[in-house]
Design a binder for this molecule. Structure first.
Ligand SMILES: Cc1cc2nc3c(=O)[nH]c(=O)nc-3n(C[C@H](O)[C@H](O)[C@H](O)COP(=O)(O)OP(=O)(O)OC[C@H]3O[C@@H](n4cnc5c(N)ncnc54)[C@H](O)[C@@H]3O)c2cc1C
Length: 323
């Protein structure tokens, strides 16, 4: 029987959204034993929420790590892998997840498949989809052996609760060897950071059609009126109009909002791959033949400098009317 572990991430005693997605993916593989593994400070506090999405939750609570989170997680996960020999580890393709996975490959000798955007289970083996050549080609890969690590991108699936709450197992681990120390010399909170697009239910995206950095004021106002976050294309990130953290697409983030409003965005394939699983896509573009017309649910043909402020005003007026 195949054993699959989803490796979660916890911050301030809360599991990340991706943790719940990985737990859902592990469960959906079926036919084997699945569990979600939480390692780190606050793991115990996060266990109950994760249990609603998992068959089983394994908890290794630690104090605050002395060094980088990934180094302390990786050594403990490697110790558990050597004790219990799971077949597959699903890890989030986040900055910490990639660090953990890289260290685990070195510590366990397990092979790895990276950047998975979807997964199926066929003939007793995982098949992992990866978007390549700017989203023009989706490859499907599997391991030559029966074991390995799979890095899964955020928002590849929608997290769904299990029918039954999973049991929680606290695992006491003896002291483990630490990785060669990496010294964190400073931590800096980014000033003026925009609302995150990672979990936003509504995203208003701006592209080159917005004109310049000032034009993003219109996009921000509409996002504020809708209670959403601002997204962007790579073209405008490269132009320095907005921060990289807001970029959607192949080299940015994959997002899954209920509503994506794309303003002045042509809809290049590299952008599309980041937002194609959004619930509803509405595009505002002055070009009726822009590529985004092929995958938007609704294309409003016109000048965004007229449409966006009018839409913002209409939403604000409706709010005022209902308050
Ligand atoms: C390896 C690689 C990776 C990449 N990764 C990404 C990625 O992660 N994300 C990403 O977004 N791109 C990515 N790109 C870039 C991508 O190919 C496109 O160049 C980019 O998405 C185009 O951005 P845009 O839609 O803002 O600009 P444009 O393609 O220039 O489109 C601007 C649009 O605005 C419309 N417009 C102009 N004025 C108005 C107006 N007043 N009112 C309404 N509409 C107007 C135009 O009709 C046009 O459709 C990548 C490219 C490569 C090669």
């Amino acid at each position: 029987m195949v054993t699959v572990w989803a490796v979660g991430e916890v911050a301030d005693g809360k599991p990340s959204k991706l943790t719940l997605e990985l737990a859902t993916t592990a469960r959906s593989l079926g036919g084997g034993e699945t569990a979600t593994l939480l390692v780190g400070e606050g793991a115990a506090a996060a266990a109950a929420e994760v249990a609603a999405f998992s068959t089983r939750v394994m908890v290794v609570e630690t104090g605050a790590p002395g060094g980088p989170v990934a180094a302390s997680m990786a050594t403990r996960i490697a110790a558990l892998v050597s004790q219990r020999s799971p077949d597959l580890l699903l890890i989030g393709a986040t900055p910490d997840g990639k660090d953990v996975a890289g260290a685990l490959v070195g510590l366990t000798d397990l092979p790895i498949l990276v950047n998975g955007s979807g997964m199926t289970w066929e003939d007793g083996a995982p098949h992992v989809e990866m978007s390549t050549f700017g989203g023009r080609l989706v490859t499907r890969s599997t391991f030559t052996g029966s074991r390995g690590i799979i890095l899964i991108r955020p928002s590849s699936v929608t997290a769904e609760q299990a029918q039954q709450t999973g049991e929680v197992e606290a695992i006491p681990l003896d002291a483990v060897d630490e990785l060669p120390p990496v010294r964190v010399t400073d931590r800096v909170a980014k000033a003026g950071a925009a609302a995150s697009i990672d979990d936003a239910r509504v995203i208003v995206g701006g592209g080159r059609g917005v004109g310049d950095a000032q034009g993003f004021r219109l996009i921000q106002d509409l996002a504020d009126a809708l209670g959403g976050a601002v997204g962007a294309t790579r073209a405008v990130v490269d132009a320095g109009w907005i921060a990289y953290g807001q970029q959607i697409g192949q080299t940015g983030k994959i997002v899954k909002p209920s509503l994506y409003l794309a303003c002045g965005i042509s809809g290049a394939i590299q952008h599309k791959v980041g937002v194609q699983t959004a619930g509803t896509i509405v595009a505002i573009n002055k070009d009726p033949d822009a590529p985004i017309a092929e995958f938007a649910d609704l294309l409003v043909v016109g000048d965004l400098f007229q449409i966006v402020p009018a839409l913002t005003e209409a939403i604000q007026a409706r709010r005022r009317g209902s308050s």
